[in-house]
Ligand binder design. Structure first.
Ligand code: AGP
Length: 609
């Protein structure tokens, strides 16, 4: 997704803008640009990586202390310098960067063309620059009025930063549905699409809500509502440290974040355990509320959806509450069957995924209670849900989620146990045994990371030429296979599929031939023999079998390669099996020489439909 940055203060803007854009590279992009207030507003743009923009900026004297920047993930119009942001109005009096999609941009182009405007790019963004300019000139009420009129007129999503020729050393911002954070530091004011771009300068931030705007001056920020009245905002503190947004000696953010999992799992568990019991009081999710829940809908995208699938098995088995799991892009358009005592759970690392945010709003519009499991504090989903359970994974930079995924699993287990307790489905002994075993997970994850690493790295390099891969399992082993398959696909570009092991005979087994890679996850004691039979059938047809299982399950007869994991409670195996699955995906991708942290075509947070 696009990334926007801005700075207004006493230091040179260009250095801060380029540094901020580099911290947003993980969002995915194909071009970049900056605008800096010198005597006039100077604009530089380049197709491709930020390094191409830096090349253009060499020997340019940019001493201005106010500017905006942008990394573009093309939606309307091909990746090109013309389509790169910033975009300007026809007479260059308005300069603008934008993250989002303007849905009625064609209609607005026609309107503006009637007033003599000409369009040079294929983007929807250029409309915003000219529309703001149109209202600014027509009503002569200044930037706030022009921006408010524009927000009323456009349909879609946007986070915009705007500079006006007649208002030097001011940055104007506005948003609807696309993320934006505003930081206040000792050396000035900062804006960005995401926290990592400003963490180096300040932890003090403001959240701007939908259809609000603001003027960022050198040492103050004035917020406005849609009527143009000023509004007060509370300064919040982000308790993430800058090292979380640096690689700290690791080759990639992804492997760093894989290794951070024991620590962040422990931190997340500790944040919800108080005196030996689960404590959700800080998010007002009481047992009284939970005991009345009759059905749960878990809605999410990608890996977060896979957490939902895992959670559905644990919640139904423990709490005996029916759970439906849906990808957000389906849920929001299917006219979902929701009843008064349902609970819709939205799982999202970024808290900004457009489909998940829309699903949340759909549930709220129907008067259904909503719970968000989110990693980014103050994100849109976190702010709009009725209840929020935060994961404490810290900033996750790699596009492929790992530590956020693992902490989402933890929060899901805690919720399942608390719900089972509220529903009187488990007694105190089971409750405390589960919590005790859960608190052993950080150590067990750590053991996998220490014991298996070399072996997994070696087998991964041997498997890196695979053309296809199948991940199979039953129950929670099937659920985590979904995640293992996505990890491989999204960062190594190898086609893979995850199947319920019992499904193989219904079609897929026809695809198995000599050396087809099949990864079998085998942890669930109640069904492991059946999975072993499925794996034996695959092996009989020439498949290459890699298994992931605890030592109490003997998979030696069927495995070409076996990854051992520690034993744990059946509900918690996803937290252990996902580690080798992440490592396999990572090391296979590294062997294939791809850009692990920024896989092609992908963005860290999909903030457009
Ligand atoms: C997973 O590795 C991907 N990055 C992607 O599937 C991601 O999980 C999905 O886009 C949901 O993102 P969210 O958790 O920020 O909503």
């Amino acid at each position: 997704m696009c990334g926007i940055v801005g700075y207004n203060g006493k230091n040179k803007a260009i250095d801060i803008l380029l540094d901020g854009l580099s911290k947003l590279e993980y969002r995915g992009y194909d071009s970049a640009g900056v605008a800096v207030q010198e005597k006039d507003i100077k604009i530089y743009k380049a197709k491709g990586k930020i390094i191409n923009l830096e090349e253009k900026l060499k020997n340019k004297k940019l001493n201005g202390t106010c500017g905006i920047g942008h990394t573009r993930w093309a939606t309307h119009g091909e990746p090109s310098e013309t389509n790169a942001h910033p975009h300007v109005s026809n007479d260059q009096s308005v300069t603008l960067v934008h993250n989002g999609i303007i849905e009625n941009y064609q209609e607005l182009i026609k309107k503006l063309q009637k007033h003599g405007y000409i369009f040079y790019s294929q983007t929807d963004t250029e409309v915003l620059a000219n529309l703001i300019d149109y209202y600014y000139k027509k009503y002569k009420n200044g930037p706030s009025d022009a921006i408010n009129r524009t927000m009323v007129r456009v349909r879609g999503s946007y986070a915009i930063a705007v500079m006006f020729k007649n208002h030097p050393d001011e940055i104007w911002v506005a948003r609807k549905d696309s993320p934006m954070i505003i930081g206040k530091g000792k050396d000035g004011v900062y804006l960005a699409s995401d926290v990592p771009a400003i963490l180096k300068y300040t932890n003090n931030v403001y959240y701007i809500d939908n259809l609000e705007s603001a003027c960022l001056k050198k040492d103050e920020i004035i917020f406005y509502d849609l009527n143009g009245d000023t509004i007060e905002k509370e300064l919040k503190v982000i308790d993430w440290d800058i090292t979380s947004a640096e690689k700290e000696g690791y080759e990639h953010f992804m492997i760093k974040e894989i290794h951070e999992q024991p620590e962040v799992i422990k931190k997340t568990i500790s944040s919800y355990i108080n005196d030996g019991s689960i404590d959700f009081t800080k998010c007002n999710l009481t047992k009284d509320i939970l005991k009345n829940v009759e059905q749960i809908y878990i809605v999410a995208c990608g890996s977060a959806y896979h957490v939902g699938v895992c959670a559905s098995y644990v919640i139904e088995d423990l709490a005996r509450v029916p759970v439906r799991v849906d990808v957000a892009s389906e849920f929001r358009y299917k006219n979902p069957l929701l009843k008064e005592n349902d609970l819709v759970i939205i799982i999202s690392q970024s808290g900004e995924t457009a489909d998940s945010l829309a699903a949340l709003r759909e549930a709220k519009n129907r008067g259904i209670k909503t719970l968000a499991i989110v990693n980014v504090v103050g994100s849109s989903i976190a702010r709009e849900a009725d209840y929020v359970l935060y994961t404490l994974a810290g900033p996750e930079i790699a596009v492929a989620t790992t530590k956020a995924f693992s902490t989402q699993l933890i929060v899901s287990y805690l919720l399942a146990i608390e719900l089972a307790c509220a529903k009187k489905q488990i007694d105190k002994e089971v409750y405390s045994d589960l919590l005790k075993e859960m608190q052993s997970l950080p150590e067990k994850v750590n053991n996998i990371l220490n014991d298996d690493l070399k072996g997994i790295q070696k087998i991964a390099s041997e498997l890196s030429s695979a053309q296809d891969a199948f991940y199979i399992g039953r129950g929670l082993d099937y659920a985590i296979s979904l995640e293992g398959s996505l990890k491989l696909k999204e960062i190594s570009y190898i086609h893979s599929e995850a199947y319920a092991a019992g499904e193989l005979k219904h079609g897929t087994i026809s695809l198995i031939e000599d050396n087809t890679l099949v990864i079998g996850v085998v942890t669930q004691e109640a069904v492991y023999e059946k999975t072993l039979s499925n794996l034996t059938e695959v092996k009989a047809r020439g498949g290459y079998i890699l298994t992931i299982s605890p030592d109490n399950i003997d998979v030696s007869k069927v495995s070409n390669y076996k990854i051992s994991i520690p034993k744990t409670n059946k509900f918690f195996y996803p937290s252990l099996t996902v580690i080798p699955l992440q490592l396999l995906g990572y090391y296979i991708a590294v062997s294939r020489g791809v850009d692990v942290d920024k896989p092609r075509n992908l963005a860290k947070s999909v903030t457009v439909e």
